[in-house]
Design a protein around this ligand. Structure first.
Ligand code: ATP
Ligand code: MG
Length: 505
């Protein structure tokens, strides 16, 4: 296969940070090339260099054998390099068609609507995308919105498509569909750079994998010469991620009693439809379901982010539905979507301040009227080392951290409050495998101390491994429970699609 893109010795630094130290790799025509690396290894920075958003300090980029210098994403687009953004740049109230037209550079003023429509429809048909041009974007799933981003690039005849963690927000079904599309694109001779932390996916889709470690490309492997273990070993630099044993001990004490909880969404429909569940002390209750079936509403209602329309939340015998005590009783961690600036952190504050955001009144961090900076710094040092958070220089704002590392800051903060109940919404999305494993360990250790967790996840392996019980959500309701020691992935899968009610029935 001829090389389309050659990257040689790319280096990119930020004040106090070497994001990319020395990166070299090539992408062939018609190849799916995965960039794999721990959180903060430099993957997103590398993609931003490729698309001209950042200028490298040194190094060389060649396209078709000719050296190129991009000064903006416009330049790279003109050369056929396009990136599918995760924070989709779409106008929610506009239709799919209008959104695609908006992205085009040269739409004639009196454009021939029909002709464009046919052109786009042809792409939709070729790739068997599940997308209707007249639907307004806000009605679409994340997966469908991603198709729009992809179509925009295809209309502009991109030859190299960059996808930075496209599957982090997709359901397993949507991921399968995306992979079918990627293979079709590949058959048409397009090249793809793919980024993901999910090893199962990386092994399935990649022709080659380049491993990044601390800003350096340490090796490139061909299909057939890698598997999950080999890749994990290279990435983390040790052969095996330590495994731990779950200690199944919970009391019969009910710490959270949720009765007929309903939440209506902005459209007046029920996101959460009379959900009742009981959580025992020390229990890890897994919640399975295809995204969009009420999991997010459940997490948001419990952590006070969304108003409860109907129903009650009891802590033991105490009604905390509308009580301010709820926030200290129930703590929440949620995965960070790409517009991470809006949720969970104060983007312009540094790591140390973000870590005490919830406990700034804590006497531990105060000295009379003033903040006790020493204590705040020591707290940060402790969390940063325990959660292996890769930070920039002291005092630099959290928004410069990589996606996975921002995620770790939030988790470290929420867990340090020692909540009775932890609501975890996709807590390991976007985390590298070592970090995900550490979060699992923290949740399980918490259970050992009596913390109860509602673990909302998509990854069935994760749910089966951690949960004492698994509840399955479908269309805003809990449609049944499964016992992780007896059930199978297939059985849960059937329940998730609403085809089976309860494992026992
Ligand atoms: N604009 C910036 N200013 C300062 N530092 C930055 C900036 N962008 C990235 N960094 C730093 O560069 C390093 C690499 O970050 P990058 O986002 O590329 O990691 P990543 O491999 O994509 O990680 P993740 O898997 O968590 O998304 C990190 O230490 C990050 O803090
Ligand atoms: Mg990244």
């Amino acid at each position: 296969m001829p090389e389309l893109l050659q990257i040689e010795h790319i280096r990119k630094t930020f004040p106090g940070v070497i994001a990319l130290d020395d990166v070299s790799f090539t992408v062939a025509t018609g190849e799916i090339h995965t960039i794999l690396g721990e959180n903060g290894a430099g993957k997103s920075t590398l993609m931003n260099v490729l698309t001209g958003l950042y200028h490298p300090d040194s190094g060389k980029m060649c396209l078709d054998g000719t050296e190129v210098h991009f000064t903006s994403p416009r330049d790279s687009l003109a050369c056929g390099i396009g990136m599918v953004h995760q924070h989709f740049m779409l106008v929610p109230a506009h239709s799919v068609f209008e959104n695609i037209l908006l992205a085009l550079d040269k739409v004639p003023l009196l454009y021939n609507r029909k002709q464009y429509q046919q052109k786009i429809q042809k792409i939709i048909d070729t790739f068997e995308l599940d997308l209707d041009l007249d639907t307004e974007v806000w009605k679409l799933s994340i997966g469908a919105q991603q198709w729009i981003e992809l179509i925009k690039l295809l209309l502009r005849d991109c030859r190299l498509l960059i996808l930075d963690e496209p599957t982090a927000v997709l359901t397993p079904q949507e991921t399968d569909r995306l992979f079918r599309v990627l293979r079709l694109l590949q058959e048409q001779g397009k090249s793809i750079i793919f980024i993901s932390h999910k090893m199962r996916e990386v092994v399935e889709i990649s022709d080659r994998v380049t491993v990044l470690k601390k800003g350096r490309s340490i090796s490139t492997l061909d299909r057939g010469s890698f598997d999950r273990e080999i890749l994990a070993g290279l990435m983390i630099g040790q052969d095996k991620i330590p495994e731990w044993q779950k200690n199944l001990q919970m009391s019969e004490n009910i710490v959270l009693d949720i009765r007929n909880l309903s939440v209506r969404n902005d459209r007046g429909l029920a996101d959460l439809d009379q959900v009742s569940l009981q959580l025992k002390e020390g229990e890890i209750l897994g919640i399975a379901g295809i995204a969009g079936n009420g999991q997010k509403a459940l997490a948001e209602a419990l952590t006070g982010l969304k108003p409860v329309t109907r129903g009650k939340i009891f802590a033991g015998e105490v009604d905390i539905t509308h009580s301010t005590a709820r926030s200290s009783y129930i703590s929440g961690i949620a995965h960070i979507p790409e517009d991470r600036k809006s949720i969970g952190i104060a983007p312009d504050l540094d790591v140390a301040d973000n870590l005490i955001m919830k406990s700034y009144k804590n006497p531990l961090f105060r000295r009379g009227f003033f903040q006790n900076r020493g204590a705040i710094r020591r707290n940060a040092e402790d969390k940063v080392s325990r959660f292996a958070i890769k930070t920039g220089p002291d005092g630099s704002p959290v928004r410069y951290l990589s996606g996975g590392n921002i995620q770790k800051v939030i988790i470290a903060r929420e867990l340090s409050e020692n909540p009775r109940v932890l609501v975890a919404l996709y807590p390991t999305r976007g985390l590298d495998i070592g970090s995900a494993e550490y979060i699992h360990k923290v949740i399980v250790e918490g259970a050992g101390r009596g913390m109860s967790t509602i673990l909302i996840a998509e990854d069935l392996d994760e749910l089966l491994k951690l949960s004492d019980r698994i509840a399955v959500m479908f269309r805003g309701r809990i449609i049944g429970y499964a016992d992780p020691r007896r059930t199978t992935r297939e059985e849960i899968g059937l329940m998730m699609s609403g085809e089976r009610q309860d494992q026992a029935s």
